[in-house]
Design a protein around this ligand. Structure first.
Ligand code: BTN
Length: 241
């Protein structure tokens, strides 16, 4: 597996997408600084300074789309929780793939983008940001959400290169088996690490707001919500507010 290290870039995801043909399967693109980091739903991912982690994995599992590829972000969220737990923190998943400390404060975001040429899949770019070494005031200044940073949780600075290594090694350890078996392969771990089930949720789905109790996650990784009329809603995309 190749690791490309960049001093500064607008966005590791944008860079990986625009040069997708130049990168082999399982290339890691790591930037020390990111000037225009992007998140889901056109949000920004703020660079909280030197020592925070911004990277993208270029994945080329096959030349055609497969439904399991949409679950790669959930697979990555399980691995991130494992790595974070080894630092002694309580990391949990908010559907579909946000990693939260104590179920409330977001420490990591994942953005998966596909590059297609007609019906040919050129690659998947899995971008991950993890707050590892931020100041309390920068974390508090992040707009629209309550955030966390690993150094503030454990009271010491975190070696970013070691953390990246730990993540990448764990990610690829079971990646082939995950691709073969799909979401069911991680379902038990995903559910064990969740912080959203049985809660009354508001979920933004495109331009609509859905309300209901989170009753479960099905074998495709979709969220099952029970609305006020006891109707079951099956959500494949969305953002828990
Ligand atoms: C989200 O929470 O909405 C996803 C945030 C993803 C941020 C990472 S940082 C590395 C990669 N490059 C980007 O521009 N975004 C992802």
């Amino acid at each position: 597996m190749k690791v490309i290290r960049i001093e500064e870039i607008d966005s590791t995801n944008s860079y990986a997408k625009s040069h997708i043909d130049n990168f082999a399967d399982r290339t890691v693109i790591h930037a020390r600084r990111q000037t225009n980091g992007r998140g889901r739903f056109n949000r920004k991912w703020v660079d909280l300074g030197e020592g925070n982690l911004f990277f993208s994995l270029v994945l080329k599992p096959s030349a055609s789309m497969n439904p399991v590829f949409t679950n790669i972000t959930q697979y990555a969220s399980v691995i991130l929780c494992d790595v974070l737990e080894n630092y002694g923190v309580n990391a949990k998943i908010k559907w579909p793939n946000d990693v939260m400390i104590d179920g409330r404060r977001k420490i990591s975001g994942i953005l998966s983008e596909t590059v297609m040429d007609g019906s040919i899949l050129k690659g998947i770019v899995l971008g991950i940001g993890v707050n590892l070494n931020a100041s309390q005031s920068d974390v508090s200044d992040i707009p629209d959400r309550v955030a966390a940073s690993l150094n503030l949780e454990i009271g010491k600075s975190v070696n970013m290169d070691v953390f990246l290594d730990e993540f990448v090694n764990k990610f690829f350890e079971n990646y082939d088996e995950f691709l073969e078996k799909g979401f069911e392969f991680i379902k038990r771990d995903y559910i064990n690490k969740n912080c959203f089930l049985d809660k009354d949720l508001k979920v933004q789905v495109l331009n609509e707001l859905k309300n209901g109790i989170a009753k479960g996650v099905n074998d495709n990784g979709e969220l099952l919500l029970q609305d006020a009329d006891n109707k079951e809603l099956v959500l494949s995309i969305g953002d828990i507010l």
